[in-house]
Design a protein around this ligand. Structure first.
Ligand code: PLP
Length: 519
């Protein structure tokens, strides 16, 4: 059985949503614009679903439009804001010239800004709002730039990390700004109370398929009085704000999901989701000692985990999970085909290895506890299989990786394999004060190996030497003997303390006199 942990990419369709879609196709199939009985029944269904969307999203006022999904909603919102700006300019008004978007936004946002800015030849300046290490917007930066902004786009929660934006803080930063505010609410649907009408949010797009409705149906909230220009014109549907015959099956299915959100039986309360995530986190920590969580859990959606494992690439992790029938992704689904570092994690200032080695586990708010239990068991099995096969990609770790490893596995051993005459007097780690490192000269490695083999399988051992070559050989030897968690410190990252070996060190076993491969 597949264990699907990629809910931020998309979700299966709830049984009651499937049933509602089938019923809409079989029974409520009329065109809601028709004035006969079949049409009226379809119209009644649309009105009912729109009313529940308003309740669930706490948006009693403003427009709540049925659209195809968030990408359409983002484009409609950006088009509306920029068409308004163009009209102001044409009327001789000096409109502000900045378009601001969060550095970790889904690509649809900067792409839409660029597209409409170019198409309208507005020449506005696009600026990414920086985020901090925690993934949240830099509010001081935003406060400074907001007075010159015409549109500000920030997401409610990030699809890769689950980081929840500080919407109150953003609203305060925008308090004296003339900017319209777009909040991409895709990942918040059903997971966060959005209180749309209470906040000065002008546009909020949603995709049904992120919360158990089918693909091809979504919502766009538009605040009362916010500028609006239709993306699609035609038959006057949706009060002429979004033309095209309505996707009745999608609307019916979305209606069933919204009903489920209101009836409290299908979706778990937040506390249960936190427990699920906690269980998954523990199994990941057990399976992959040294694993690093790339975003602070206390400000993340309870359904998302983004992690990196020192020495293991994102691709290897995904393959390992896939082989065990656990479906996870390497960051966002849209970027899954390209083995690029995550721009989201890069924007957060995470080290390159974390940004390029990340995987995302995201489960659904309706996933049963048994599924989470099974996922944990399989994750532990993945860790065991990796230890058994020693299928860790990178033998070498950078200083940043070693420190991260140490942070999450404080029992990690650091071993200096330089010969006695090369070693400094101090037995402290060259990476972190107070981290005692063992001395095991490379020439006496065979004496030491049995000792490390007695260590629990999940204790990482990191070797270092001057060139990195002997460290790598020692790590390889230990892995061959059966301890998979063996690494060497990459020489390029070697800190000055270690680099400060004698000017012409005597040749040690394994060191090439004229360069050669650096281990
Ligand atoms: N915004 C966010 C935060 C998303 O996660 C996604 C989808 O991954 C989108 C926008 C685009 O949604 P869709 O592809 O359903 O239009």
């Amino acid at each position: 059985m597949d264990i699907y942990l990629d809910a931020n990419a998309t979700t299966p369709v709830l049984p009651q949503a499937r049933a509602a879609a089938l019923a809409a196709m079989a029974e409520t199939f009329g065109n809601p614009s028709s004035i006969h009985g079949s049409g009226l029944r379809a119209r009644e269904l649309i009105d009912r679903v729109r009313a529940s969307a308003r309740r669930v999203l706490q948006a009693p006022t403003g427009q709540m439009l049925f659209i195809s999904g968030a990408t359409e909603g983002i484009h409609t919102a950006v088009l509306s804001a920029l068409a308004h700006l163009r009209a102001r300019r044409e009327a001789g008004d000096k409109a502000p010239t900045l378009l601001l978007y969060g550095a970790t936004e889904h690509k649809a946002v900067p792409a839409a800004l660029k597209h409409w800015n170019q198409l309208f030849a507005l020449g506005l300046e696009l600026l990414a709002i920086p985020v901090g290490r925690d993934g949240r917007h830099d509010l001081a930066w935003l406060t400074e730039h907001a007075p010159r902004a015409s549109l500000v786009c920030t997401m409610a929660a990030n699809n890769e990390t689950g980081v929840i934006s500080d919407l109150e803080g953003i609203a305060t930063a925008l308090a004296h700004s003339p900017a319209l505010w777009l909040v991409d609410s895709v990942q918040a649907l059903g997971k966060l109370p959005l209180r749309l009408a209470e906040r000065p949010i002008d546009y909020a797009p949603f995709s049904g398929h992120k919360l158990y409705a089918p693909k091809g149906i979504g919502l766009l909230y538009v605040r009362e009085g916010a500028p609006f220009t239709p993306l699609l014109t035609g038959g006057g549907q949706e009060s002429a704000l979004r033309a095209g015959t309505e996707n009745m099956a999608g609307i019916a299915a979305l209606g069933a999901v919204l009903d489920a959100l209101e009836d409290d039986h299908t979706f778990h309360p937040t506390a249960t989701l936190h427990q699920h995530r906690q269980r998954l986190s523990h199994s990941l920590q057990e399976a992959f000692p040294g694993i690093v969580f790339n975003a602070p859990p206390d400000i993340c959606l309870p359904t998302t985990l983004n992690v990196s494992v020192p020495g293991v690439s994102s691709q290897t992790l995904q393959q390992l999970f896939d082989a065990a029938g656990v479906r996870v992704s390497g960051g966002s689904a849209c970027g899954a085909a390209q083995a690029q570092p995550s721009y989201v994690l890069e924007a957060m200032g995470l080290p390159a290895w974390q940004a390029s080695g990340a995987i995302r586990l995201s489960f659904g708010a309706a996933d049963r506890s048994e599924l989470v239990e099974q996922a944990c068991a399989r994750i532990r099995a993945c860790g065991a299989s990796m230890r058994a096969t020693g299928s860790v990609d990178d033998l070498e770790l950078t200083a940043a990786q070693v420190l991260a490893l140490r942070h999450h596995a404080p029992e990690a051993l650091l071993v200096d394999v330089r010969e006695g005459h090369e070693q400094r007097d101090s037995v402290d780690s060259p990476l972190e004060p107070g981290w005692a490192c063992q001395s095991a000269p490379f020439s006496r490695l065979p004496e030491h190996l049995p000792r490390w083999l007695e260590l629990p399988a999940d204790v990482p051992v990191v070797f270092f030497c001057q060139s990195g070559k002997r460290g790598a050989q020692a790590a390889r030897a230990l892995r061959q003997q059966g301890h998979a968690q063996a690494f060497s410190l990459r020489p390029a990252a070697r800190p000055p303390a270690v680099a400060a070996a004698p000017a012409t060190p005597p040749r040690a076993p394994g060191d090439h006199p004229h360069g050669g491969p650096r281990g």
